[in-house]
Design a protein around this ligand. Structure first.
Ligand SMILES: Nc1ncnc2c1ncn2[C@@H]1O[C@H](COP(=O)(O)OP(=O)(O)OP(=O)(O)O)[C@@H](O)[C@H]1O
Ligand code: SF4
Ligand SMILES: [Mg+2]
Length: 406
């Protein structure tokens, strides 16, 4: 689902788009005093070695992770009562890692993204830990948090037109976070902005353009330039290219990928489109009802997911050049569950085409399908997975319902 996005300003006066805020009418603020920020690992204890973490950092374990999310749980409090939108997610990204986060609408992707920069509405309960370069975002003072936003981590949301100030020229807007965070003069910051524009493929003469004079793809490039302006260690791109046509989307994705590789920036890219994520990111994490249900190497997950839900998501994207798939697209019956009223056992069991009796009563956690691959399904046998990986065999893949069966 594509959210309308509205232009907001943070306490420093910087323009910011927050799709969640736009939808729910809240302003971007840190959690209210009294909001729980504790560690609680009781509900979904990750299986040993199957906690959704990335493999050992390149260059040895001495590399400090850029982002470490530990048992993150987020509960909104709204007029309908408590909504547990995220229910125990653990993820680790090292410098230069790229992770795609996928899942149907409402599974909690943007909630995770917003939590990384503490942009959730006041009153939201957040437990667990989010460490950015070793520092706990949830425990940070607001002053420190302001310093971290843009300079430590930045977020690119979709809908660049709404996030840019219509009355300021492009270079000035890109320069704004540089002036605020690096304390340099506006002229020097605007010169840097022009360099950044060149890096994202915008000619220098565009520096004096207003947002309405740019195409959607060019505006999205401006947003990427802004995200890069203060050399962050982490960029979170939440549906950043969803609204663009496929050609421009491909250009912007290629650019983003190239820039994060060159600068060794960690990237979390959120999208419904598994094929885009598989192409852009090394690893893929699939969410369902607030939890990770699959996490592994992108292309392998896309081609041969272990979890029936992740299989259904990837089956929804036909392989280019395969006429059989084009004529027989696969889908999944039913809707995602209401987070306030989740099914017992495996949350996916009412929709699962290969459900077993025990699925509705047995809590399911991520389990190792391979050393670098986890799935939260009772059909994934940890030992079978390890053995299959060792011999190069594939695990048996459940057959999915087609749209005609639904
Ligand atoms: N401010 C809020 N107050 C109450 N509930 C919220 C709020 N923001 C999100 N939710 C609920 O939390 C759940 C997760 O929402 P979220 O926006 O994170 O999903 P998403 O995976 O990003 O979906 P989409 O793909 O549509 O963007 C949904 O059930 C949503 O209705
Ligand atoms: S645990 Fe059962 S219901 Fe859940 S995905 Fe696996 S087979 Fe389907
Ligand atoms: Mg979202």
């Amino acid at each position: 689902m594509v959210h309308a996005a509205a232009r907001l300003r943070d306490p420093c006066g910087r323009p910011r788009v927050h799709a969640l805020r736009a939808r729910h009418g809240d302003r971007a603020q840190p959690p209210a005093a009294g909001c729980a920020v504790t560690t609680d690992a009781t509900e979904q204890e990750p299986a040993p070695g199957a906690d959704g973490r990335a493999p050992e950092p390149r260059g040895g374990s001495s590399v400090r992770p850029t982002l470490q999310i530990e048992d993150l749980r987020i509960t909104y409090r709204g007029s309908r009562g408590e909504i547990p939108a995220v229910r125990g997610i653990s993820l680790t990204l090292n410098p230069g890692d790229t992770l795609g986060l996928a899942g149907e609408s409402g599974c909690g992707k943007s909630t995770v993204a917003a939590a990384v920069l503490r942009l959730l509405p006041p009153g939201t309960e957040v437990t667990g830990r989010i460490l950015l370069d070793g520092e706990d975002i949830l425990a940070m003072s607001f002053g420190k948090l302001r310093a971290v936003r843009w300079a430590g981590a930045s977020i690119v949301f979709q809908g660049a037109m709404h996030s840019l100030n219509p009355v300021h020229r492009i270079a000035r807007q890109i320069a704004e976070p540089i002036v605020l965070h690096e304390g340099i003069g506006r002229e020097a910051a605007e010169a840097r902005a022009v360099e950044l524009m060149a890096q994202v493929g915008l000619p220098a003469w565009r520096a004096t353009s207003y947002p309405h004079e740019l195409s959607g793809g060019q505006r999205q490039r401006v947003m990427i330039a802004m995200a890069l302006a203060c050399s962050p260690q982490l960029i979170v791109a939440d549906e950043a290219t969803t609204a663009l046509d496929v050609m421009i989307q491909a250009q912007v994705l290629r650019l983003l990928k190239q820039l994060v590789t060159e600068r060794h920036i960690a990237l979390v890219m959120i999208s419904h489109d598994l094929s885009v994520l598989a192409d852009t990111c090394e690893r893929l994490a699939v969410m369902y009802a607030g939890r990770l249900v699959e996490h592994g190497p992108s292309r392998e997950v896309f081609a041969g997911a272990r979890h029936p839900y992740a299989q259904a998501l990837s089956a929804a994207f036909p392989t280019v050049g395969d006429p059989a798939e084009r004529r027989n697209p696969q889908g999944l019956a039913g809707d995602p569950p209401d987070p306030a009223d989740l099914p017992t056992g495996c949350s996916f069991h009412p929709r699962c085409p290969v459900v077993m009796d025990e699925c509705s009563t047995t809590p399911v956690t991520l389990r190792a399908a391979r050393d670098d691959w986890q799935a939260a399904c009772l059909r994934v046998e940890a030992t079978a997975g390890a053995a299959a990986a060792a011999t190069g065999e594939d695990l048996p893949a459940p057959t999915l319902l087609t749209k005609g069966d639904a």
